[in-house]
Design a protein around this ligand. Structure first.
Ligand SMILES: [Zn+2]
Length: 675
């Protein structure tokens, strides 16, 4: 059921109701399907490798055992963090989307069995939480950290996925009973708020699915209650919980990143459903600030390990980047909602950056190991406590792997939107896109080797009787392409980051265009002190890194300095990595001086404007040691240091493919040598 009361199976994770104040709607009713290419391969890998692993881990880690304890009425034996139920729900959500994509008996029976188990564990008034039920702690007695509503939110999202994807309403019925209990307990009452948002967007989506308005009102109240000190202290302070000031007044993202971005995802949902322009504007303001000053090149967020949190503006150290995978997913979800709200391509641009970099890096090529933390540099002999920082099969706090799985299983829903009689292609991959438009249905088959190649073909396979539009996003990194309709160049209107071609379409019509994926160097804003004097290599939507495994013998990543010049593409298939396009670049290699004393120098090598001279060894050594030592520089463009050193050709690999070999050092930002 939708807010307008009509069931629409095949819909995706976030679909505004017909009355919502949005510029775009997703293509609905199963109107997008991946058919080949990188995203499709990821989705297949998710189904064949990642989800089977998750089903095993939910047993071995104790998640399902906890629910069985709750069913039996046991009062001891609970294992793991308080939010273990949420891992089950995220896996069930992934299964819901996956079953909508492709039937699978094993997944279907797991869904049926687990739903039955949850039905049994659910208490008569709808409450369901294995941690609270088994430990016997009073409900809602420590909302700052109990994650009760967080788990409820994931249950609701899983129920919706199983309804929309698998066409199975059983889990949604469990979720609704819990949601109805939440309405009874929290709506119009000051009964607190969960320390970890997500129930806000889940309730808004449940309103969209059911048309039951109290869900939306409760979502709105949870948002408005923040910022008044109602949550209490979880030990990390009020900013960690986004409880330091009212949401409407907040202009910059602070605190725990996943909390902040799930909250804003809910803000966008509630604002668009209620038509609250001021609330939406607050979200847009925070997004713009986050992108301008708190976002890594990979699209990741969170520069502080302490509290898994945002740092200050421009505090973006590459080696200490936290960039939790769940944060990338939350940012992706938030940007999708702002894209729908505004129709501005910039939101889809960030989604693309996240998708191919900060999100994609989370998963090993084989789909069975995952990053929780996604740094932009790993040094030799790295450890974080006793962890060398490589991908792992699972985690004690296992929020990220099942979050990856539900996102992978639903990727097709983020490919395209519709607005004012136009189909907007937001992401480029091999897919079928279909939307009711202009008194009929416009269906296009998209063919491309994206992100490896920039050429894209859109072939119309069914067309409505009346004229309509077909629009393509022009990524900010590309020049505006020429578009050909069949063989003829067409005039396409530039509009908010899109090229729009309008007209009467016929089956067999083809639109062709080519985005410019020429490799390029990208320089940081000078206020990002941690990477001053460096550059990164990008190609199309892909951020690159230099990984030790690809460097010439005797060349250390940490001793490289880039010499700006030609960047050469090389197609390759690498063991452990698979197909890729590497980029070769000129560099100098300067082993750092092995001498006692502080790693700082008195004069040149860090301040070319001073005119001071020093030995080449000292100068380039300081430069190659990283930009951290280059605080005296004043330009964000190629910096000090020198080209003195052994000329070498360095090889860069897409960032998302790193750490699939021997786990040696990696850097995205590379010091620039003076040519
Ligand atoms: Zn996580």
């Amino acid at each position: 059921m939708t807010a307008s009361g009509e069931s629409q199976p095949g819909r995706g994770p976030a679909v505004p109701s017909a009355s919502a104040t949005v510029a775009h709607q997703p293509v609905s009713g199963g109107g997008a399907r991946l058919s080949a290419g990188l995203l499709h391969a990821w989705q297949q890998r998710n189904a064949e490798a990642s989800l089977p692993l998750a089903l095993r881990q939910l047993e071995t880690a104790g998640n399902l055992a906890n629910v069985r304890l709750a069913v039996s009425g046991a009062r001891e034996g609970y294992r793991g963090p308080v939010f273990m139920d949420s891992d089950i729900y995220k896996v069930l959500e992934a299964i819901g989307w996956e079953l909508g994509r492709s039937p699978d008996e094993g997944l279907a029976s797991f869904l049926a069995e687990t739903t039955l188990l949850l039905e049994k564990a659910q208490q008569p008034d709808g409450y369901l939480n294995s941690y609270m039920q088994v430990t016997g702690r009073p409900r809602y007695s420590f909302l700052a950290s109990s994650h009760e509503l967080y788990c409820a939110g994931h249950l609701i999202q899983a129920g919706i996925a199983c309804q929309r994807g698998a066409g199975d309403p059983a889990l949604l019925a469990v979720a609704r009973r819990f949601a109805d209990h939440l309405v009874d307990h929290f709506l119009d009452r000051q009964e607190g708020i969960d320390g970890h948002p997500i129930v806000e967007s889940a309730l808004a989506e449940l309103y969209r699915e059911t048309g039951h308005e109290p869900y939306l009102r409760l979502a709105g109240q949870f948002i408005e209650r923040r910022g008044h000190g109602l949550i209490g202290d979880s030990g990390f302070g009020s900013r960690y919980l986004q409880d330091h000031e009212p949401v409407r007044d907040t202009v910059t993202e602070v605190g725990h990143v996943v909390r902040a971005l799930y909250l804003d995802t809910g803000v966008a949902d509630v604002a668009t459903e209620t038509g609250d322009a001021a609330l939406l504007q607050s979200s847009l303001t925070r997004w713009a600030d986050m992108v301008a000053a708190k976002t890594y090149l990979t699209g990741g967020n969170g520069s502080r390990h302490e509290g898994e949190s945002f740092g200050d503006r421009f505090e973006l150290p590459p080696d200490r980047a936290y960039n939790e995978t769940c944060a990338a997913i939350a940012s992706f979800q938030w940007a999708w909602r702002l894209l729908l709200a505004t129709g501005d391509a910039g939101y889809a641009d960030l989604m693309e950056r996240i998708l191919y970099n900060g999100f994609a890096s989370s998963t090993a090529t084989d789909g069975t190991r995952f990053f929780y933390v996604n740094p932009l540099q790993r040094r030799a002999d790295h450890f974080e406590k006793d962890d060398p920082g490589r991908r792992r099969k699972w985690f004690n706090c296992a929020c990220c792997p099942p979050n990856i799985m539900r996102t992978m299983a639903s990727l097709q829903h983020y490919l395209a939107t519709v607005s004012a009689g136009t189909l907007y292609v937001q992401q480029f991959t091999c897919a079928t896109l279909s939307a009711p438009l202009a008194g009929g249905v416009l269906t296009v088959e998209m063919a491309t080797d994206y992100p490896w190649a920039g050429s894209v073909e859109l072939r119309v396979t069914s067309a409505p009787p009346q004229a309509c539009g077909l629009a393509v996003r022009v990524p900010a990194w590309s020049a505006v392409p020429q578009i050909r309709r069949n063989e003829d160049l067409v005039e396409a209107d530039p509009e908010r980051g899109y090229l729009v071609v309008r007209g009467q379409w016929r089956p067999g019509d083809v639109l062709r265009f080519e985005l410019d994926t020429t490799p390029r160097l990208t320089y940081p804003d000078r206020r990002v002190e941690a990477v001053r004097g460096t550059a990164a290599i990008e190609r199309g939507p892909l951020v690159y890194c230099v990984e030790q495994a690809d460097q010439p013998a005797g060349t250390e990543v940490a001793d490289l300095a880039l010499v700006p010049g030609e960047l050469e593409e090389v197609s390759a298939t690498l063991p452990g990595v698979g197909s890729t396009i590497l980029i070769r670049a000129s560099a100098v290699h300067r082993p750092q001086p092995q001498q006692p004393g502080l790693p700082y120098h008195a004069a040149a090598g860090t301040a070319p404007a001073s005119g001071a001279q020093t030995s080449g060894a000292q100068a380039s050594g300081a430069q190659a040691s990283g930009a951290q030592a280059s605080g005296a520089q004043t330009s964000e463009a190629p910096a000090s240091g020198d080209a003195d050193g052994e000329p070498v050709t360095t090889t860069a690999i897409p960032y998302f493919q790193w750490d699939n070999r021997d786990g040696r050092p990696m850097q995205v930002w590379i010091p620039v040598a003076n040519a």
